[in-house]
Write a protein that binds this ligand. Structure first.
Ligand code: UD1
Ligand code: CA
Length: 437
């Protein structure tokens, strides 16, 4: 393939009215990651995109801050007011004056798009020396999509929006998936010729097809294999459906890699979590963010891993345990009712039921680290006030509140000594039954 340079425009200026939210649509999250990030990462992973322009408009500042903080290769371009998808793409014209390469246009609200699909799409465009390639998909119910219109020789000639379509055109099942590869040198002129004389009074990106056909340029469609990939999120119902799809894919990948998942219906594991073979995930486990989990572990039921966890082999994470941003080495158990956050646990550590790493100071807002070295153990209901270190083989007595480092091989206990009041209960009973008046 002789692909020159490929840039991308990501449409993310729309309001997303149906989300009924103060948050811009593309910043809604699946497994704590914004929809927009899924799209930007898929573009990066396709291997062809060297620069990305995110078109922002509604709540532009929030989207821009997110992009600037997380994606160095992306630049935000403001579209205000939002006059349609064609108007949106036209905003990058000043940045691409002498650009001689391809521009891939995608929507920021389609998190299921796969890197390989983008890669194959760009290669298809390039191999055919096309001027414009539109990704299409065939739907039994094509409602709301733009239709791919072909002439009697089956030549692709235009895209007609549902709202502008004739009854015959509405019957067409091949639709515009909303992803385009544009040979910028030959097609960019189209953006200064768009008109808004249509049902929505918008400047349609889709009109570049007709423009290019009239100029005798090479226009083609690329039919998508898996329709799910262009699933766009417009509502919270669709957000939940996309979450389910991503989760399903993630669980299937893990099971194919040898992870045992007892109940996929009640298990959520983010796509960025890796788990090695023969680890067992019991029901009602929620794992979000980026995590690494080793082999032969047992996780759940009812465990919550929140991201940044690096867990070794033969580790037990039991019920009602929450793990955040922590390293846990081989053969360590955190079996019940514990919170482990910003911690480093060695190997052969045993964390007693109800142990809490108190990592956060809500006044200073500082988070601190807890270190528990090899072979150490904590008794039930221990509170470890970070920053603190429990050294090798040390033991923390049940119910202790640890505010200072604990020496290797020592026992640390902070609970008051036990008092026993003999016959106290008997005395109370006698008092109540009127023994003493
Ligand atoms: C668009 C296509 C339609 C296609 C469908 C696929 C047009 C005219 N129609 O329709 O053929 O089948 O996508 O999903 O392009 N946006 C902006 N600025 C604007 C308007 C929209 O950035 O001024 C963004 C939106 O935030 C959204 C994307 O562009 O991410 C698509 O816009 P939307 O209005 O949802 O287009 P559709 O009506 O779905
Ligand atoms: Ca629209």
């Amino acid at each position: 393939m002789h692909v020159k340079k490929v840039k991308s425009v990501i449409l993310a200026a729309g309001k997303g009215t149906r989300m009924k939210s103060a948050l811009p649509k593309v910043l809604h999250t699946i497994f704590d990651k914004p929809l927009l990030a899924y799209v930007l990462e898929a573009l990066d992973k396709s291997g062809y995109i060297d620069e990305k322009f995110v078109i922002v408009g509604h709540e532009a500042e929030k989207v821009e801050n997110y992009v600037n903080d997380n994606f160095s290769g992306a630049k935000c371009v403001l579209q205000s007011p939002q006059l349609g998808t064609g108007d949106a793409v036209s905003k990058v014209v000043p940045y691409l004056k002498d650009f001689d390469g391809y521009v891939v246009v995608v929507c920021g609200d389609t998190p299921l798009i796969e890197p390989d699909t983008i890669k194959n799409f760009v290669e298809f465009h390039d191999n055919n020396d096309a001027d414009l390639t539109v990704m299409s998909a065939v739907f039994d119910n094509p409602k709301n999509y733009g239709r791919i219109v072909r002439d009697k020789n089956n030549k692709f000639t235009a895209i007609v929006e549902e709202k502008d379509a004739t009854p015959n055109q509405k019957a067409i099942k091949e639709v515009n998936a909303g992803i385009y590869c544009i040979n910028w040198k030959t097609v960019s002129e189209a953006f200064s010729n768009l008109k808004n004389n249509n049902a929505q009074g918008e400047y349609y990106l889709t009109d570049i097809v007709k423009w290019a056909v009239e100029k005798n340029l090479k226009v083609q469609s690329y039919i998508l294999d898996n329709n799910e990939e262009i699933f766009g999120i417009n509502s919270k119902i669709q957000l939940a459906q996309a979450t389910k799809s991503l989760n399903k894919k993630s669980l299937e990948r893990l099971m194919e890699e040898g992870v045992q998942i007892t109940d996929p219906n009640s298990t959520f594991i983010s796509p960025e979590t890796t788990i090695e073979a023969d680890t067992i995930i019991l029901p009602n486990v929620y794992i979000t963010g980026k995590n690494q989990i080793g082999k032969n572990c047992k996780i759940g039921p009812f465990s919550h891993i929140r991201g940044g966890a690096v867990i070794g082999d033969n580790v037990r994470i039991g019920n009602f345990v929450e793990i955040k941003k922590s390293v846990i080495k081989d053969n360590t158990n955190v079996s019940h009712l514990s919170y482990v956050g910003d911690a480093k646990l060695g190997s052969h550590v045993n964390i007693g039921a109800g142990t809490i790493t108190a990592n956060y100071n809500p006044i200073s807002k500082v988070k601190s680290e807890t270190i528990i070295k090899d072979g150490a153990n904590t008794g039930s209901n221990s509170v470890l006030i970070a920053p603190v270190t429990i050294n090798e083989m040390a033991s923390v007595g049940a119910g202790s509140i640890i505010t200072k480092d604990v020496e290797a091989y020592s026992l640390a206990v902070t609970r008051p000594p036990l008092r026993q009041l003999s016959n106290w209960v008997k005395m109370k009973i006698e008092q109540l039954s009127g023994g003493i008046k």
